[in-house]
Design a binder for this molecule. Structure first.
Ligand code: SF4
Length: 387
């Protein structure tokens, strides 16, 4: 009987300690660079096709120390953590950093990285956020082409269409397997806990996609489906570009709720959309960037025909979730600005909801527990009375 313990432990290890995987990859691929990529919109496929190992630089959940003097307290925890990683040498495992803009606070963090690490090449690509304009597709494709050119000049060789197509296929295959786990969870046959799913996604942001796919396949074959219980089904929303604390995920499920769906970055959002495997690969990656804002809208993009609140109501109805928990990282402006719309949309649809503002340091466990239990109680009261 296959056992999922070992592959899951390896995925968790990579998710929590990317540096170990990076060292292992470097020794297996001498001379090939490792690049840090940030964050939610960066097309990892282009970096992979250039022969590098692209690693999404994640919040490593270490307390912010030296970074405190580099970015103001009103920056979100993720960007302050990035500044701290730069200031304390925790980014020294990357040969270069490639950023795709997603919000003003990330621009601040990029400036810090440039100032603190003058020897490290940093490329910052401005991906347009105004998605409804007629010129948007052309501008997006132009920037994706610039990413390809930058990688060619960084590595010293061209990034061919064939290499890109192969990287696209490898990433799609891995995304599809991960997405299958999220779909199974929504349909009620989950075999993995929220913590395990988060580790699976986080590891995919670090590992070579083929290697991640192979390891995850081992875990999937061996996984046992967990029996459905009576807990209140909840949808977790937001945490747009870094993972919520694992202890918070455990706390939610220990407080009478069971997570059945999410639109977290370290969740369904990251794997929501595949890149078209036909036609020009750069155009296909440009369409991927545009399409993922329709699959799961993001408040950092402006698009007239994509609404996060409408998406959320539809997602809740599709998964049968009974409540929504908004996870809002403190000082995340895009989420704060959009939150009233979300609240209004769910209120109109009669869906119970709870806002939890998360902090980079610390977790007010007992206060959160009480509030989650109150939400669970409200959702239970809405259940039809059985006679
Ligand atoms: S989207 Fe929010 S969490 Fe992400 S970098 Fe911007 S402010 Fe921080």
């Amino acid at each position: 009987m296959p056992d999922a313990t070992a592959p899951l432990a390896r995925l968790a290890e990579v998710a929590r300690h990317p540096r170990g995987y990076i060292e292992h990859w470097r020794s297996a691929h001498p001379g090939r660079p490792v690049v840090g990529v940030l964050s939610m919109n960066f097309p990892r496929e282009i970096a992979h096709a250039a022969g590098t190992l692209p690693v999404v630089v994640q919040d490593d959940q270490q307390p912010v120390t030296e970074g405190r003097s580099l970015l103001a307290e009103f920056y979100c925890g993720y960007t302050r953590n990035l500044a701290d990683q730069a200031a304390t040498g925790r980014l020294d495992c990357y040969d270069a950093l490639f950023l795709a803009d997603h919000c003003i606070q990330l621009i601040g963090a990029a400036d810090v990285v440039r100032a603190v690490l003058p020897e490290t090449p940093v490329f910052f690509g401005m991906l347009i956020s105004s998605m409804s304009d007629t010129w948007a597709p052309g501008k997006i494709a132009e920037m994706m082409g610039e990413f390809r050119d930058e990688f060619a000049s960084f590595t010293g060789h061209l990034v061919t269409d064939e290499a890109l197509a192969s990287s696209i296929r490898a990433h799609n295959r891995d995304r599809q397997l991960i997405r299958r786990l999220f779909d199974e969870r929504s349909s009620g046959s989950a075999a993995f806990t929220p913590r395990q799913l988060q580790d699976i996604v986080a590891a995919s942001m670090v590992m070579d996609p083929a290697e991640h796919h192979a390891l995850l396949s081992e875990a999937v074959v061996a996984a046992q489906e967990a029996p459905r219980d009576d807990r209140v089904r909840v949808h977790l929303s937001a945490h747009l570009c870094h993972a919520p604390k694992r202890e918070l995920l455990d706390l939610i499920e220990d407080s009478g709720a069971i997570v059945v769906d999410d639109d977290l970055f370290h969740g369904r959002r990251y794997v929501s959309t595949d890149v078209d495997e036909t036609g020009d690969p750069i155009d296909a990656i440009a369409r991927w960037y545009a399409q993922r804002n329709i699959t799961i809208p993001c408040p950092t993009r402006v698009q007239h025909d994509a609404d996060w609140d409408a998406y959320l109501v539809d997602a809740v109805r599709a998964s049968g979730a009974e409540a929504v928990i908004h996870l809002l990282p403190k000082f995340c402006e895009p989420h704060m600005l959009y939150y009233p719309e979300l609240r209004k949309g769910l209120d109109v649809a009669g869906i119970p909801q709870l806002l939890l503002e998360t902090e980079h340091e610390g977790l007010p466990a007992e206060s959160f527990r009480t509030r989650i239990e109150a939400l669970v109680e409200r959702a239970r009261r809405k259940r039809p009375v059985s006679l």
